[in-house]
Design a protein around this ligand. Sequence first.
Ligand code: FES
Length: 203
Amino acid sequence: MATATPAKRDDSRASIAKPSAEAESSVPSIMVDAPSRREFLYYIWGASIVLLLGEVTAGLLWFAYPRFREGEFGGVFPFNPADIPSTTAPPEWIAGGRFHVSNTEDGLLALYGVCTHLGCLPKWSTTNSRFECPCHGSKFEGDGAYIEGPAPRGLDRFPVTVTYSDGTSVDTPEDGGPLRIDPSRTIASIGIDTGSRITGPSA
Ligand code: FES
């Protein structure tokens, strides 16, 4: 009777699948744990909150930021180049924009019509060729410069932009001084920005 030969045990697989502890510690760990389902939901939730806050902030800024139409005080006023007064004529009062357009020997100015003392409205005196405030007597030159009275400085002014027919433009200097216009060129448009007041020259 033949006897069955016992199967020879193969340990080779076990020796391959099981690296030594020393080998394990020498292999750098490059695997990053994937986020769990809970962590993933947290990320989505956080991103949604940030997005929502961004939208709410943008909406608030949109409503809070003042917006003015053209020709509305606080916005840009178009001024007809044909209406520029001559250098010897009285300044042109633009009631809607609350400014005088004054054309001096040195250039064009848009003078804010409110007195720098306590806010009355100085009027142009044709007799004396100057602005005179009816409240406390401050007086200003045709270019807004301070002459006398309790006002702390000359009249404030608004920036003027003159655009020529070739598309180029010139702006009021940063200090609010007169804007020189080239008389040999054709003016296409003039804009006066009542949203950016420049402090008048000191007394
Ligand atoms: Fe013009 Fe006082 S408000 S001088």
